[in-house]
Design a protein around this ligand. Structure first.
Ligand code: UDP
Length: 220
């Protein structure tokens, strides 16, 4: 009888960082490592780090009782597009968690998340689909995070913060806490530069950098 087939979509930096803890998660569930593959449409190689690499069309053709996939691509728009295509094709979203993450009380996490080693999510937090929290990131109490949000390594997201869909928070950024009923807001599609110290709302679509973080306008 066919067994389930699991996949990490994207075999570049993001995917190769996610595969080891995705594989470990399967091992904890008693499944062998040969039931997990990379899916990549441009990799041009048959295997990476001991896993087969399939194009998406070939992944759909593989014999399987069920297909589950995590989209391991940092670009949130690409992630959303591939996520929606997979769901439309009957492939199930798969959330993958490193073994040592800490998740406290009343955390609602959308489908297709990837939580890397040493991530901490405290209590009373709502997070949308396709969330990526890279190494050592944390989310403090009472935050609301939208769909396809990306945290690079070491993000410090304090309490009472609202982060809208497709925002990208750079490595080591610190976001000041909001207040109950008056969250600090990172707008839809905003980019917070690495190491930024965010002390006030960030408008949708904007980029902020520095300490304190200020709007950044690209020259040329
Ligand atoms: N990719 C894909 N199908 C797509 C878009 C991207 O298979 O429709 C793959 C692409 O071939 C590459 C990976 O996703 O291997 C994205 O890698 P990149 O280095 O751009 O990003 P990261 O790994 O940092 O997210």
């Amino acid at each position: 009888m066919n067994q389930p087939l699991y996949a990490v979509y994207g075999a570049s930096g993001c995917g190769r960082g996610i595969m080891p803890f995705a594989r470990a998660q399967l091992a904890r569930e008693g499944l062998s490592a040969d039931r997990i593959v990379f899916v990549d449409d441009g990799a041009g190689t048959a295997a990476i780090n001991g896993h087969r690499v399939l194009r998406y069309a070939d992944f759909l053709k593989e014999p399987a009782s069920l297909r589950r996939i995590v989209i391991a691509i940092a670009d949130s728009k690409i992630r959303e597009g591939l996520f929606n295509r997979c769901i439309a094709d009957g492939v199930h979203a798969w959330s993958v968690f490193a073994a040592n993450i800490v998740v406290m009380d009343d955390v609602i996490l959308g489908e297709g998340a990837a939580l890397s080693p040493f991530v901490t999510i405290t209590s009373n937090i709502q997070i949308g689909k396709g969330f990526h929290a890279n190494l050592y990131s944390c989310v403090e109490h009472d935050c609301v995070i939208g769909d396809f949000v990306t945290f690079a390594p070491g993000v410090r997201c304090n309490g009472n913060i609202r982060i809208e869909d497709h925002a990208y928070i750079g490595a080591g950024a610190i976001i000041k806490q909001g207040r109950p009923g008056k969250p600090l807001i990172i707008g839809r599609g905003a980019v917070v530069g690495m190491g930024a110290i965010v002390t006030r709302d960030v408008p949708p679509g904007s980029t902020v950098v520095g300490n304190p973080a200020r709007l950044h306008f690209l020259k040329d």
